[in-house]
Each structure stands twice: as C-alpha cells, then as structure tokens.
Design a protein around this ligand. Sequence first.
Ligand code: ASP
Length: 303
Amino acid sequence: MPWSLAVHGGAGSLPRDLSAARREECLAGLRQALAAGSGVLAKNGGSLDAVQAAVVVLEDHPFFNAGRGAGFNRAGQHELHASIMAGDLRAGAAAGLGRVKNPVILARRVLEKTAHILLAGPGAEAFAAAEGLELVDNSWFSTEARRAEWRQLAGSSTSLLDVPPAGSEPGGTVGAVALDSAGHLAAATSTGGLINQLPGRIPDSALPGAGTYADQRTCAVSCTGVGEYFIRAAAAHEVHALMLHKGLSLEAAARAVIFETLPAAAGGLIALDTRGHHAFSFSTLSMARGCANASGTCDIALW
Ligand code: ASP
C-alpha cells in the first residue's frame, strides 16, 4: 500500500503580503513536519508514529500556535491541548496542560497506556510526569510575536482566530493525517487554543470526533478553526459520516462540512482516505498545509 501524509499549520488570516522571513519560517516548519512524518512512513512505520512525529515538529516550531509559540489566554498563560486517533478507533487526548512540552506525545500515551480517552489539567500532568515526559515552565511556550499579539487584545474580552496584529502574523493550530504502508489511517491535532480565550476553555482540537477523527472504513481528519463551531458539528466525525452513510467522496465530504455545515470563515480541515487521496478544505483566507506520498510528491501552500 503506498503511504500518504498531510499536515496543516492552522486556518486563519495570514496576510498575502506576509514578510519573506515569516513566510519562510512557516514553509520551513511544514517541510520539516512532512520530512519527519515521511521518514517514519518510508521505513514502513505506523501511521500513529508518523502523525505524532509530524506534530511534534510543529509543536516545537515557534511559528505555530501549539507547544512553543502557543497563544496566550486571558490570564497571560499558555494552555495546551492535543488529540490523536487511529483508524481502529483507539483515541487519546490531553487538555488544559501548562507544562507538558509536547502535548501530542501525552495524548499518545493516554491512547496506549490508559483505559481512558481524555485526561485534563493536573491529573493529565501528573500522568505525564509519571510517564517521564518532558515538563517545562509555562514561560517556555512564550514567544515575542505571541506576546505582541496578546498585548493588543489584553484587557478585552475578544478571543479571535489568528487575529494578526501588525508585525506579528502568527501561525495557527497544527495537525497531521497519515496512511501507512499497512493501510492504517491516523490523525492528530495540537493547539494553544484561541488567543485570549478564557482560562479553562477546551477546544475541538482536544476532542476526538470534533477536531480529530480516524475510521478505517473511510478517512482520517484533522480540523482547525473556531473550535466551538467544530464541536457543535462534530466536524471531523461528520466528514467520516458523510462518506460512510451518504457515499460522498473524501473531497465532497470535506467541502460539505466546511462550506455547508459550518458557518462562513469558521476554519478548515485536512483529510486522507483509505487510498491515500488527500483533501484540503478551508473557508478562511489561509490554511498552511502540505502533503507528501510514496511516489515522491510533496506540495506546500498557504493561501
Ligand atoms: N481549533 C482551535 C481552537 O478552537 C483553534 C485553531 O484551530 O486555530 O482553539
């Protein structure tokens, strides 16, 4: 089975006149994520390992709103969230994290080492510590671009999707979907949430069914956008449901969810079907994205 991989670095409003330096930062992050995931898949590695490897790169990359470079909440802190799911319906997720360097690795441990699906807050961090995962101070996630962005919103009750204050142009939530050479699908998503969100908010990105979904019968999906809409629509699952119950193609199902189910400009998603075909769909100005496959194709785009 020829493997296939797609990644995203968030739906939002990256300006068309994004500076060359910021554009290159974003493209480099996507390239590195594709290289990490492809490296796993090309050696006949599993799709869960591939999506995890790709998302770890994007969590560590300061351009994106996940891991280092995550946005600030209204209390001036970072809260991190991630989920991961395999096509056999195993799923793991972690939410409301303040110290776990790579939330997607914790989500994977929840999938593999517990009988649960979602751990949150102090309990999730205690589990991460017991598993020996790397913990960092909350300030480790801060970058100057995020601080500038937050200063513009601080004191207001606005929490917007990728509000781009002049001079910062930050990236968004990250995700990956993969089909491995054994034919197994997987998806993962990781985020710092919406900028200036209330402390304690849990986004779709932490919720299998809403922001992340994989089902071996149909597809793997990772979403990005205003999470409340994606939760209401069970958006990632909806792509699967439209394929399974209505017989839609991956592309048609992805478009139906983004342009018919969700409100205008709510966000986007990346998806792969069981033959490794990908779909990118978004109703925002931009969605940083890329794909790679066994035949050597590798494409990256922002708008
Ligand atoms: N879905 C994320 C959230 O609601 C944000 C994003 O994807 O940009 O927090």
